[in-house]
Design a protein around this ligand. Structure first.
Ligand code: ADP
Length: 359
């Protein structure tokens, strides 16, 4: 009777797991499959009992999943298209239990993914459509601005305002378009060797111009031998956003340190300032679009609120990480860390023909 009862329980359990909408896989300590429900076959291509004792990373060949499983962060999730059907977008979570075992759960988030894509497409389309009329305005305003001495006296302040706001709007649209482009894919198509030191020297020259009236002190500590694999325009945009922010959110006489160095964890770029700093509560939200600690200060300094969102996306696309440390009234430290695989030992490896495009 006991046997019959247990068999009935087991049947009930199997029926229940078959009804689960999420793919659920039990993994043992070395990440090999112990058990999987039927949704796992449909969503991840993992079949039970055929795939028992096979490593999950050999069954699901998705680099993002491999990195995620190696990182072991239970609080985090990773998203990628289903290896069985790329129209389905999955969000995967790993919950450890028992002695080294873990439960891998994949949820279908295609709906949320579609809404996010729609939102990004909308922003990209609106920005694109607005660019043409704005370019026309800008052209005429530039002409009028050049001849402002001939304009009636009472028109001149309005002309100045229209001209500067038009340039601001143009910059905003360009940044929105750049952000949409960065968001449309998670990885870079082509990798080029880029010398971090050369890029930072160029940005430093521009930043000095920006900081002229604030009398700021720049300290450079750059290892010019460090070359990473990446996209020059994207890295230029990310680093310059960090450096220009350091200028924008510092006071007269403050110091800005630009550093790049390499260690066993990879290559690192640091931008540190002794400026106004940021309260802890704001730090996790800084990379959201249009998130600003102080709206009026950001606008007055020519900020768009998109800079750190761009930095975050460029960082992600280079497989790098962004860390932010800050103390109000003391200063801030922004660090971008490239993993060892993005650091270029021999730049000739990256571009066929060995062309060393540096900086
Ligand atoms: P913005 O164009 O407003 O500067 P960002 O996305 O670049 O937008 O930055 C978001 C917010 O983070 C800024 O509005 C500012 O409040 C804060 N911030 C960024 N960099 C610094 C810094 N170096 N020091 C102090 N605050 C900063």
């Amino acid at each position: 009777r006991r046997k019959r009862k247990l068999t009935a329980y087991l049947k009930q359990f199997q029926l229940a797991t078959r009804a689960l909408p999420d793919a659920t896989i039990v993994l043992d300590a070395d990440l090999s499959v112990t058990w999987a429900n039927s949704a796992s076959a449909r969503m991840l291509g993992v079949n039970w009992p055929d795939d028992v004792n096979r490593r999950v990373t050999n069954l699901i060949r998705v680099p993002a999943l491999k990195n995620f499983l190696e990182a072991h962060d239970a609080a985090d999730t990773v998203e990628f298209p289903s290896p069985v059907d790329d129209t389905v977008h999955l969000s995967v979570r790993l919950s450890p239990y028992g002695q080294g075992q873990s439960l891998l759960v994949a949820r279908d988030v295609s709906q949320i993914h579609r809404v996010n894509t729609l939102k990004s497409d909308f922003v990209a389309n609106v920005s694109h459509e607005l660019r043409t009329p704005l370019t026309v305005f800008r052209g005429f305003l530039e002409n009028l601005h050049e001849d402002r001495d001939q304009a009636p006296e009472r028109w001149r302040p309005a002309l100045e305002q229209m001209y500067s706001q038009c340039i601001r709007m143009h910059g905003l649209l360009e940044e929105l378009l750049l952000l949409s482009r960065l968001e449309s894919s998670d990885s870079l198509e082509a990798l080029h060797p880029i010398s971090l030191g050369t890029l930072l020297i160029e940005i430093h020259e521009e930043a000095e111009q920006l900081a002229l009236d604030k009398q700021m002190v720049f300290n450079l500590s750059l290892d010019e031998d460090i070359v990473v694999k990446g996209s020059r325009p994207e890295l230029y945009s990310a680093f310059s956003n960090l450096v220009f922010n350091a200028v924008r959110y510092s006071r007269e006489g403050d110091t800005i340190d630009l550093r790049c160095y390499a260690d066993d964890k990879g290559a690192h770029v640091e931008v540190e300032d002794t400026g106004i700093g940021i309260a802890k509560v704001h730090i996790p939200r800084l990379t959201e679009r249009f998130y600003r600690v102080d709206k009026s200060r950001s606008r007055a300094g020519g900020g768009s609120g998109l800079g750190l969102a761009i930095v975050k996306h460029v960082t992600l696309r280079h497989g790098a990480t962004l860390s932010i440390e800050s103390e109000p009234n003391t200063g801030s430290l922004f660090r971008i860390s490239f993993p060892p695989e993005m650091v270029c030992e021999d730049p000739a490896e990256v571009e066929p023909g060995g062309l060393r495009e540096v900086g």
